[in-house]
Ligand binder design. Structure first.
Ligand SMILES: [Cu+2]
Length: 648
């Protein structure tokens, strides 16, 4: 990056947020103002992202102690007139642009504003109206278009370099009807998102008489469904003495857990500085946990779906698409909400009210034993849940980070919402999807989520061990062939750090601090328990795989670098290849006894079902981080019994 001196005139922010706190409304305004003033970011420009430039690990302690004051924003913006993108670092402390880097050939993420502007433009376009009327659709107010991003390999030669999008066309049966119930199959606008013009309207039906829209029941609102609602009794959660956690600023403390809640436009919820109070000591577990990318390839090569590979984080941003939560529906019990601040493409702040939910839940039995003398001893498990919900056009992702009394961390994702569907001809059969309604099928697809786990188990220097179960071969010492041993192998280099799930050995990974011993004399560690993992099942030469090589392994391990954040590259929009993890790990750097970052790939291999239609019951996937020798014994022995009648 190039540096430049700032100019005075705009007051530096005088507030004292924690160095990891997200940018405020005022700070986002200040950033946009400084860039307009100092870099000529004018009316033809758009802001793709404005976020806190998080301090690196080395500088953080001095900033936290107040010995240093530095507050910076990281910005990506582009000029729609010439398509050129720039990355800026803006100092809020000195009200100046401190770095301004040209990004030739890069296409920043698509903004929510562009999505809306594109829909408006298309619905007002006579070519689309004509194509729809040939299909008997004349009420444009019931039409919805939904623009998607391209991969470079699928862009026609004539559109190289264009900020290109392609769109589906949907329509509602009624004003309140579900637009994603009715796909206008075979009709796809191709759009220049910079000039916001329709470049061409692909119509694979052309002049032939369309088969007509099938009679689909794709509704979910009670007033529109053909079945009466069932009767259910109320179920209420009561916490008469209030919640068991405290929130000071964005620092959350609950039982022995302590952490800090962050948020940005791309990753959405970010958890910082996770630690567990063990006796008198606050012990570090992780420095930062977040989702760094989400890759959703649709596995249907038909004209309606072959371009449909979504990078929901890199192309769109989970933070931008976070939705407000509703008390009693999204979260049950005594709820504390945090708002989030993002921005629109003009650089104006936008507040998402109730974006993050914090609450406690009962989680069944924590531990139990019945002794014939001492009787039954049982403890209820309680967990602290930090969650946020994302709506990506038709689909919903609900993300839950759960903290348990025994030191476990569970990361759960629920996928719900409306599946993408399209129609097929009379007498046809869907080959790459499941029949879900009349002449309607939902293509098979996969949701790969890349969790970025910057673990700091008892300090920064950790080693990742692959841990595998090995059955003994029957012999003199073991005549019945019963022996089972566990083999732990340290991963020394990034090449070794590329790991795949292996059912045959029950492979898992332990993040170990070789420099610290527990009371038993063994190393302290946390185990990544790999659930929700599945193989890509994708040809290595396919564009979808080339853009997301990260999905080729269950786990990647890298040494921590401040600027290595995006596993498929910083700009997956219109990308040709994965410029993240495969590029970094090609250096094959050492990863032993150093500050390691784990990239865990999990998700849902979605073989669509009739039961997922018209709205999908949440499909659930998760993984766990469990203490392994981090404690000397069950750390939840001190959990008290519940009050009489288990009423507490
Ligand atoms: Cu799905």
């Amino acid at each position: 990056m190039t540096s430049s001196p700032g100019s005075a005139g705009i007051a530096a922010d005088t507030g004292r947020p924690h160095p990891l706190d997200p940018l405020t409304v005022g700070e986002i305004q200040q950033v946009a103002t400084i860039l307009r003033r100092d870099r000529g970011v004018g009316a033809s420009w758009r802001f793709a992202s404005i976020e806190l430039r998080e301090p690196g690990k080395d500088g953080l302690p001095a900033l936290e102690a107040g010995q240093l004051t530095r507050r910076e924003a990281l910005v990506v913006c582009w000029d729609r007139e010439n398509g050129q993108a720039w990355r800026a670092v803006v100092s809020l402390t000195s009200a100046a642009v401190t770095a301004w880097e040209h990004l030739p050939g890069q296409h920043p993420n698509i903004t929510v504003d562009e999505w809306h502007e594109c829909d408006q433009m298309l619905r007002a376009h006579p070519a689309l109206a004509g194509a729809l009327s040939r299909r008997g659709i004349t009420n444009l107010s019931l039409v919805l278009t939904d623009v998607w991003a391209y991969g470079a390999a699928l862009v026609p030669e004539r559109y190289r370099g264009v900020r290109l999008g392609w769109s589906d066309v949907w329509y509602r049966d009624s004003v309140q009807g579900n637009p994603y119930a009715h796909h206008v199959t075979g009709l796809h606008p191709v759009v220049d998102l910079n000039s916001m013009q329709l470049l061409e309207l692909e119509d694979t039906i052309g002049d032939e008489a369309p088969a007509g829209q099938p009679a689909v029941m794709g509704e979910y609102l009670p007033a529109l469904i053909p079945v009466p609602l069932r009767q259910v009794k109320p179920l209420r959660v009561s916490q008469p003495e209030g919640v068991g956690f405290t929130l000071e600023g964005r620092r959350l403390s609950w039982q022995n857990w302590q952490l800090r809640i962050g948020f940005n436009q791309r990753e959405g919820l970010v958890l910082h500085q996770l630690a567990f109070r063990d006796g008198g000591r606050l012990r570090s577990v992780a420095h930062r946990l977040s989702f760094a990318e989400m890759i959703v390839p649709y596995r249907d090569p038909s004209p309606d779906h072959y371009r449909r590979t979504a990078f929901d984080i890199g192309e769109w941003g989970l933070g931008f698409m976070t939705t407000s939560l509703e008390l009693g529906c999204d979260c049950l019990g005594e709820i504390t909400y945090l708002d989030a601040v993002v921005h629109n493409s003009r650089g104006e702040p936008r507040i998402i009210a109730n974006a993050i939910c914090i609450h406690e839940e009962d989680s069944g039995v924590l531990w139990k034993h019945v002794d014939h003398v001492a009787g039954a001893e049982v403890r209820r498990s309680r967990r602290l849940v930090i969650s946020f919900h994302i709506t990506v056009a038709n689909y919903e992702y609900l993300v839950y980070w759960r903290f348990y009394q025994d030191g476990n961390i569970e990361c759960e994702v629920r996928a719900t919402g409306i599946m993408v569907t399209s129609h097929f001809a009379e007498n046809g059969q869907p080959r790459y999807g499941t029949l879900v309604d009349q002449r309607t099928y939902a293509p098979f697809h996969q949701h790969f989520i890349v969790a970025r786990l910057d673990m700091d188990v008892d300090g920064r220097n950790n080693t990742v061990y692959v841990t595998e179960s090995v059955p003994a071969v029957a012999g003199q010492d073991d005549p019945y062939g019963l022996g089972l041993s566990v083999k732990d192998t340290p991963l020394l280099t990034e090449a070794e750090g590329k790991q795949d799930y292996d059912w045959g050995t029950q492979r898992a990974w332990k993040v170990v601090n070789d420099n610290v011993r527990n009371g038993l004399g063994t190393q302290t560690g946390y185990k990544l328990v790999p659930s929700g993992a599945f193989p890509p099942l994708l040809d290595r030469s396919s564009p979808a795989y080339q853009r997301a090589e990260v999905i080729g392994h269950t786990l990647w391990v890298t040494p921590y670098r401040e600027d290595e954040r995006w596993p498929c590259g910083e700009f997956p929009n219109l990308s040709e290849m994965d410029r993240g993890l495969p590029a970094w790990t090609a250096q094959n750097r050492p990863i032993e006894n150093t500050d390691v970052v784990l990239w865990y790939v999990f998700g849902i291999h979605h073989v669509t079902r009739p039961e997922d239609w018209p709205v999908m019951p949440a499909d659930i996937t998760s993984f766990w981080l469990k203490p392994f020798g981090f404690f000397d014994r069950n750390p939840a022995l001190d959990v008290p019994p519940s009050a009489t009648e288990c009423g507490d």
